[in-house]
Design a protein around this ligand. Structure first.
Ligand SMILES: Nc1ncnc2c1ncn2[C@@H]1O[C@H](COP(=O)(O)OP(=O)(O)OP(=O)(O)O)[C@@H](O)[C@H]1O
Ligand SMILES: O=c1[nH]c(=O)c2[nH+]cn([C@@H]3O[C@H](COP(=O)(O)O)[C@@H](O)[C@H]3O)c2[nH]1
Ligand SMILES: NC(=O)CC[C@H](N)C(=O)O
Ligand SMILES: [Mg+2]
Length: 528
């Protein structure tokens, strides 16, 4: 199976080397918020691998290890000799200190949370910082002596050296976490590093993502025919709009009705996207096929793999039809466009040596014998960035602000095996929840609200003076910035009450509605 060439942008990346940090993702986001392109790489990448990406700068993240422990991730001193500006954060700061001849030891005074630091010398990174400031710390080790050539910029009670720099070699480090909002001057420190330390220009934005991707798609596709899996969701709509801008009517979009959709979804794609863009659309009714393939399967990963595989088989059939329709016998469609985003890649464990949390159907769920070459212009972007690109392209706001809905659809919202009856039940409950949330004006406030049917669970109820033994429905409203982390949304009680009453009244198989009050982590957004 072939992947698009990396990196997906003409901008030289700022590489965030992930030492197992809680916040590697956040660091990359903050760099992008500073209008500088950034990517995450695992700490297992060699210095050679890192330099092969031609980085504009490197940021070493925090991590759970102690630099002096055996087997701790290690940074070779040669990284600091390559002339690339480097910022070390927490573990990365300690690793830099150790590699260059400073000393790192356990302090016995751990610092967690808001911590006072004294800035003795602002230097480059702390320029604009007051002498006393509060930063967010999370460490038990500390740099006791800075390496030769470095100037100490700050100290705290538990960190004799809390920040240092060697502007000659363009090497910088802070013990705290500038990437978290609890470090009020954190973004400023990151920007000082990027703009002044590394001399970068803040010129990465939605506008040039469009220009770069259009050029890149043209180079990849040439004058070949392309199909795009279009769900009507934000990601595939923006991906399709980009490809349409790049290669016009070489593109045919394929909407798969796999029977795992919510009420009214198929119609919406036609109404909104096709009407707005005039794109060529093929709608495939694959309901029987998916239901058959999922028969009796309740394991979430197996479901995801089956759905991923069936999607591709449907795309293959559709591709043949596109060729037939065009009267181009003998030709094949080589390219498949997908609206894959960065979090899909990271969560599928396909990205940065991260654990496989779940196989997103469009990444980890793809079959091994995939014949298409993938075109994934959004593969390195977060959702809010995709929305900005969508607005830039003139994709209708109703689509740009649509809440995410996973490709495997209701299939991963039925805990238990998928059947036509269970889908009917869930579809009815979901339609009620969505209607009431919209009525209450809460659509923009919540990121998404999965409605989940616990098909393998039953509980006793009393309805109309009779005993019922029905299934629970779970409401999972979440707030999020990019789906990598999320909190449960505090919905007004009266809205919850209306939803609960309506679902239990109107959906016969359901006699209980429960609210999921789990953040991510530890829960994921979807139940499977
Ligand atoms: N029903 C479908 N028909 C065709 N392609 C689909 C369908 N559902 C998902 N896909 C493909 O899988 C990709 C990933 O799905 P995903 O749900 O992450 O994105 P989306 O639906 O485009 O946007 P959103 O995250 O807003 O729902 C889509 O971008 C699209 O290419
Ligand atoms: O297209 C998709 N294919 C998938 O297989 C898939 N799994 C989860 N999601 C969506 O991704 C975001 C994060 O979800 P989780 O917290 O459940 O991992 C949430 O927005 C989920 O709805 C998927 N989208
Ligand atoms: N957050 C971190 O990077 C911690 C680094 C190291 N594990 C310490 O405790 O000091
Ligand atoms: Mg979707």
């Amino acid at each position: 199976m072939s992947q698009p060439p990396e990196p997906a942008t003409a901008h030289r990346p700022v590489l965030v080397v992930d030492f197992g940090a809680q916040y590697a993702q956040l660091i990359a986001r903050r760099v992008r918020e500073a209008n500088v392109y950034s990517e995450i790489v695992p700490h297992t990448a060699s210095v050679e691998d890192l330099l092969a990406k031609d980085p504009a700068a490197i940021i070493l993240s925090g991590g759970p290890s102690s630099v002096y422990a055996t087997g701790a991730p290690f940074v070779g001193p040669e990284l600091f000799e390559a002339g690339v500006p480097v910022l070390g954060i927490c573990y990365g700061f300690q690793a830099m200190a150790q590699a260059l001849g400073g000393t790192v030891a356990q302090t016995g005074q751990r610092e967690y949370g808001g911590t006072a630091v004294e800035v003795t010398e602002a230097g480059t990174v702390l320029d604009g910082s007051p002498e006393q400031q509060t930063v967010w710390m999370s460490h038990g080790d500390a740099v006791h002596a800075a390496p030769p050539g470095f100037e100490v910029l700050a100290t705290s009670a538990g960190s004799p050296v809390a920040a240092f720099e060697d502007p000659e070699r363009r090497l910088y480090g802070v013990q705290w976490h500038p990437e978290v909002k609890h470090s009020p001057l954190g973004q400023k420190a990151l920007e000082n590093f990027l703009y002044r330390g590394a001399g970068l220009t803040p010129d990465w934005n939605a506008g040039n993502v469009v220009a770069e991707q259009v050029e890149r798609i043209r180079a990849q596709v040439g004058d070949a025919r392309v199909i795009c899996g279009l769900s009507g969701g934000v990601d595939s709509s923006v991906a399709a709009a980009l490809v349409q801008r790049a290669v016009g009517d070489q593109l045919t979009c394929v909407f798969v009705d796999h029977g795992l959709l919510r009420a009214g979804e198929a119609e919406q794609v036609e109404q909104d996207f096709v009407a707005a863009t005039g794109v060529q659309l093929k709608v495939v009714d694959a309901r029987e096929r998916f239901l058959h393939a999922l028969h009796g399967v309740s394991d979430p990963e197996t479901k995801r793999k089956i759905i991923g595989r069936e999607f591709i088989r449907v795309f293959e059939d559709a591709a043949r039809e596109v060729v037939e329709d065009a009267g181009a016998h003998g030709e094949t469609v080589r390219f498949l466009v997908q609206g894959t985003l960065y979090p899909d890649v990271v969560e599928s464990g396909g990205g940065e040596g991260a654990a496989n949390i779940k196989s997103h159907h469009n990444v980890g769920g793809l079959p091994d014998d995939l014949q298409f070459e993938l075109v994934e212009p959004l593969r390195t972007l977060f959702k809010d960035e995709v929305r900005a690109v969508g607005l830039e392209l003139g994709v209708p706001e109703g689509i740009v602000w649509r809440q995410p809905f996973p490709g495997p659809g209701l299939g991963i919202r039925i805990v238990g095996a998928v059947t036509a009856e269970r889908l009917e039940t869930l579809r009815a409950a979901d339609a009620i929840a969505r209607e009431e949330l919209t009525r209450a004006g809460l659509d923009r406030e919540i990121w998404q609200c999965p409605v989940v049917l616990l098909a393998d669970v039953r509980s006793v109820g009393v309805q109309g003076d009779g005993r019922t033994y029905g299934h629970p429905i779970v409401l999972r409203p979440v707030s999020s910035e990019d789906a990598m982390t999320a909190d449960w949304t505090r919905l007004p009680y009266d809205v919850l009450q209306v939803i609960s009453t309506r679902i239990t009244n109107e959906v016969p198989e359901v006699n209980r509605v429960v609210l999921d009050v789990t953040s991510k982590p530890p829960g994921t957004i979807e139940w499977e």
